[in-house]
Design a binder for this molecule. Structure first.
Ligand SMILES: Cc1ncc(C[n+]2csc(CCOP(=O)(O)OP(=O)(O)O)c2C)c(N)n1
Ligand code: SF4
Length: 250
């Protein structure tokens, strides 16, 4: 019988620990499928964060390092400089990890334009630790540390990472995508593939932000949380390409 859909070679047999309906599982599969399709599983090196995706090293069938909270772009930069230039180097990070404690590492890796790929899961909340406000929690959005909803006057304003990083000279490709329905899952896969292809062509740093969900801490069903992402998340965090040097080159 012809196999039409199979598990990516890049994923181990370890069952994912993510909550049902969580975007982390979807994006893990996309990263794995892309590296499979590009023939780049061997020699790929991932750097995972502190957050719900902390166990990424159990799931990706390549070398994976665990970085201290927020430090993945710095660790990935160091790896980039010592391994074969053909090895694919990626980080996989949440918004608390990347945009809060790891903001400096993120900005400086982007400023340097390291030839790495950053996969950024923006679910607007600290998932692993129980739903505290993140730098990406939207105005009015509730979290355990802003139970009446984020008030920018009290809690400060959220950060839009793609827009901010696109002002820098260093990054080569910045795109914001989402996974709230199948067409958008396919677009996310295309963006991740382009990011790794640009790394193969030594074009520099790619930053892919996925507007994602956290059904558990939103206190929603999986479907409700994806609807929230579609209607609220993607309104506040508009999808699209924020930087692409291959377009600028033409
Ligand atoms: C230095 C340090 N500070 C704080 C923590 C606690 N901590 C663990 S995970 C996390 C945030 C996780 O949120 P996010 O990065 O958005 O990822 P998610 O769990 O939502 O995928 C925090 C603050 C820690 N482990 N180490
Ligand atoms: S707590 Fe949220 S981000 Fe973490 S696995 Fe569950 S749904 Fe996903």
């Amino acid at each position: 019988m012809k196999i039409v859909a199979d598990k990516p070679r890049m994923l181990t047999d370890t069952p994912l620990h993510y909550c049902p309906g969580c975007a982390h599982g979807i994006v893990h599969k996309l990263v794995a499928e892309v590296l499979d399709e590009l023939g780049k599983v061997d020699g790929a090196i991932g750097v995972v964060p502190v957050g719900c995706s902390v166990f990424g090293y159990k799931y990706f069938k390549c070398d994976v390092l665990e970085a201290a909270h927020g430090r993945a772009p710095a660790v990935a930069s160091a790896i980039r400089r010592v391994v074969n230039p053909d090895n694919m180097i990626f980080t996989y990070q949440g918004d608390g990890d990347l945009a809060s404690i790891g903001m400096a590492e993120t900005v400086h890796a982007c400023m340097r334009g390291e030839n790495i790929t950053i996969i950024f899961i923006n679910n607007g909340i600290y998932g692993m630790t129980g739903g505290q406000m993140a730098p990406t929690t939207m105005p009015g959005e509730k979290a355990t540390t802003c139970v009446y909803g984020r008030d920018p006057k009290v809690n400060g304003n959220p950060v839009r990472m793609c827009e901010m990083l696109a002002t820098l000279t260093g990054p080569a490709y910045i795109e914001r995508v989402s996974v709230y329905d199948v067409p958008h899952v396919n677009k996310t896969k295309a963006a991740i593939k382009k990011a790794f292809q640009m790394q193969m062509e030594k074009k520099g740093l790619s930053f892919i932000e996925v507007v994602a969900n956290c059904p558990t801490n939103y206190h929603m069903t999986a479907l409700e949380s994806m609807q929230f992402v579609k209607e609220k998340g993607c309104e506040f965090y508009p999808l699209g390409v924020y930087k692409d040097i291959t377009k600028e080159e033409k």
